[in-house]
Design a protein around this ligand. Structure first.
Ligand code: ADP
Length: 689
């Protein structure tokens, strides 16, 4: 109605103004009827240069090659009352056309209104953006690193294939989810994804780029080690914008590093082992040198105890077996000389040979023993069955672990070499081997020293024997010569010799001759006995008769020495024996009883006890000191000084050998100053093996 107020000129002027306005704006407006014929157009020459559209149909003006369907579809949609849009090309430019429904004055659909904008620049920018986005994606996909973009709330915006593959995620369905939400979707990666969340929080808390290594488990394969860099992004106002996460798979690098480390370690260990081996062989060769230095037994013992310290511990003991049921502590040492007096108190801490375990077991089994304190507070107490009694010393010295190895030389176990240390678990396999090597050398050195000592003693004994023997042989020879000279003098005197004197001289000569024969027989017997060349000549012999004969033979000596003798040998005691050897036994024992009997009565008894012949010879003479008693049956062993009593120290040795050849035994009981009793037991018949 308002238009009725305008004159036609006014309207034309308005239209001209509007058209000018539109011509200057970068838009082009057009109106079509329902058949899509252009009813009116207005707009920029720039937007639609030289375009005469009015009266033409939209279909006619659609450019060749243009896709008409999208254009028509948009217009049809507008005709149905819905706005629509499309892009169209014209004269090398791109236009975005927005189409709206047009209505007549009654409000009924009358066609379409189109407004076209020149969007050439905008579209080019969009295209460029799209191209650069595609390049970016190509870049993302061609890198083997995992890349993730997350928003400020930790939602995954974008991840490349490598990133998705790390968590076995598919391209569809991850966007917009947080780590926690993704974790709830996968049991396998749950932990790893929750760990991602926590590490994101640490990055945000740090407010700067963070780097860390994460191990992501992989189904059916070893975990992948990923070096993760997280870059927090902020808006200019400081608000969180998003998080860029870069993950570089360094599994192979780590494996290579591990392999390198392993090889390095191996090489280091090999070098250390070589160094240890070198030190050990140096130790052993210096030990051998030291051991070879001396042949003195006691010095070698002391050396053995010192040798292994401190290489094999702080304390060392050398324990040797002997006659005693208890092991003897032959030497002991401590690495710290100031602690040696304290350590001395362990001298008494030696085991009984039969004790279970400990050093006694090492000696019996010839096997090494290692004790560690881990099993108990004082690991070394178990070395000895008397260990607990020495707990205070062990504590004072702080000894906690122990190692004991057998001392074996030439197949003979001599004892044990034992080390102890203040460290609770000091001894390993290689220490055991080293200690065994050392013990082997030490045992050999000790055995050599022992043999050397024994050979020295033997040489000394031989020298002593030679001097005694020459003295023993010279005495009867001197007496013999004196007797002969006396006879010569009588014979040269020309007169009738006094026959009584002649007889006395001849008796003396006979006696000395007998003595010489006995001495020489003894010497020959000893060498025969030693080379086992004595043959027994067995026959029926009455021991009582043999004893009576010998007593009769020695009657002269008994008389001369005023020694009374009580003989109880009336009943015959018959067995199968070597008569002359039995005579030798009785003679030697009776000789000794006279020699050492101090002229006190001697009692000789022969009896039969339980089918065994028993000969007892008791005197009340000087007796034998208990410490010499075990030795008197040995070769050249004597319990008296040669200055006071003559003799070669062979009589009892020969007696025992003969008695044992007959399967018998000899036994002595003696109290110094009160006398000795020798008892010989002989089986009536015996078949020598
Ligand atoms: P010897 O030639 O020295 O007598 P024996 O072998 O006969 O040698 O005796 C060894 C040692 O035993 C003697 O040296 C002596 O010390 C001691 N002995 C032997 N018989 C007796 C005894 N009846 N009384 C005391 N000591 C004895």
């Amino acid at each position: 109605m308002r238009s009725l107020l305008f004159t036609r000129e006014e309207l034309l002027r308005h239209e001209a103004v509007l058209r000018r306005m539109l011509a200057q704006a970068p838009v082009f407006v057009f109106l079509t009827d329902r058949e899509l014929r252009f009813l009116a157009t207005a707009g920029s020459e720039l937007a639609a240069p030289g375009l005469e559209l009015e009266g033409k149909s939209l279909l006619d003006v659609l450019g060749a090659g243009e896709e008409p369907s999208s254009v028509l579809a948009a217009h049809y949609r507008a005709l149905s009352g819905e706005p629509a849009r499309y892009d169209t090309e014209w004269s090398h430019r791109t236009f975005e056309v927005r189409v709206e429904p047009a209505f007549d004055e009654e409000g009924a659909s009358s066609g379409t209104i189109g407004i076209a904008f020149d969007v050439t620049g905008q579209r080019q920018e969009e295209e460029e953006l799209r191209t650069s986005a595609e390049r970016l994606r190509t870049l993302l996909e061609t890198t083997s690193d995992a890349i993730y973009l997350k928003d400020a709330d930790g939602r995954w915006l974008e991840a490349n294939d490598a990133g998705l593959q790390l968590f076995h995620l598919s391209r569809a369905g991850y966007q917009g989810l947080t780590d926690v939400e993704l974790a709830s979707l996968s049991d396998f990666f749950r932990e790893a994804l929750l760990a991602c969340y926590s590490s994101d929080q640490r990055t945000w808390a740090a407010g700067q780029v963070t780097r860390q290594e994460e191990a992501i488990p992989q189904p059916g394969a070893s975990p992948r080690v990923v070096e993760v860099t997280k870059v927090p992004l902020y808006h200019p106002n400081g608000q969180r914008k998003g998080l860029v996460v870069l993950g570089r798979d360094i599994t192979l690098r780590r494996m290579a590093e591990q392999e390198r480390d392993r090889l390095l370690l191996q090489e280091k260990e090999a070098r250390a082992a070589a160094e240890v081996a070198r030190r050990r062989s140096e130790f052993l060769s210096s030990a051998s040198r030291v051991l070879a230095d001396s042949l003195d037994y006691d010095a070698t013992l002391a050396t053995v105890a010192r040798l292994g310290l401190p290489f094999l511990g702080e304390w060392c003991a050398v324990d040797l077996t002997g006659e005693d049921p208890r092991v003897a502590r032959a030497a002991m040492a401590h690495a710290d000389p100031s602690k040696e007096p304290g350590a001395k108190r362990l001298e008494a801490c030696v085991p009984d040979l039969e004790a279970p375990g400990g050093i006694a077991e090492v000696i019996r089994s010839r096997r090494p023993l290692v004790l560690t304190a881990l099993a108990g507070e004082e690991g070394i107490l178990a070395l000895c069955d008397h260990g607990r009694a020495h707990l205070d010393v062990v504590r004072e010295l702080g000894l906690r672990s122990g190692l004991s190895v057998p001392l074996v030389a030439r197949g003979r176990t001599m004892g044990a070499l034992t080390f102890a240390s203040v460290h609770p678990d000091r001894y390993q396999d290689e220490d055991v081997r080293l200690a065994e090597d050392l013990a082997w050398r030490a045992a050999l050195a000790l055995d050599n020293a022992r043999l050397y000592r024994e050979s020295q003693e033997a040489i000394q004994a031989r020298d002593e024997f030679l001097s005694i023997a020459s003295h023993e042989l010279r005495t009867p020879i001197t007496a013999l010569r004196l007797g002969i000279q006396r006879l010569f003098r009588l014979a040269r005197g020309g007169a009738e010799p006094p026959w009584k004197t002649v007889a006395t001289s001849l008796e003396g000569i006979e006696r000395q001759g007998r003595r010489l024969t006995l001495l020489i027989n003894s010497l020959m017997d000893v060498s025969r006995l030693q080379s086992h060349h004595i043959q027994l000549d067995l026959e029926e012999v009455d021991l009582s008769e043999v004893v009576r004969d010998v007593v009769a033979q020695l009657g002269g000596v008994l008389a001369r020495t005023h020694t009374p003798l009580v003989l109880r040998a009336d009943a015959p005691v018959v067995g199968r024996w070597d008569r002359s050897r039995l005579e030798q036994v009785v003679t030697n024992l009776l000789d000794n009883a006279i020699k050492y009997g101090a002229r006190a009565p001697i009692e000789v008894t022969v009896a039969l006890e339980d089918g065994t012949a028993v000969l007892t010879l008791g005197d009340r003479g000087i007796g034998i000191s208990p410490d010499r008693l075990p030795f008197i049956f040995g070769r050249f062993e004597r319990a008296v000084s040669s200055r006071h009593y003559g003799g070669l120290g062979l009589g009892l040795y020969i007696v025992r050998q003969i008695v044992e050849l007959h399967g018998g035994t000899i036994h002595v009981e003696s109290i110094p100053g009160q006398g000795s009793t020798f008892t010989v037991r002989l089986p009536l018949s015996f078949s020598p093996g």
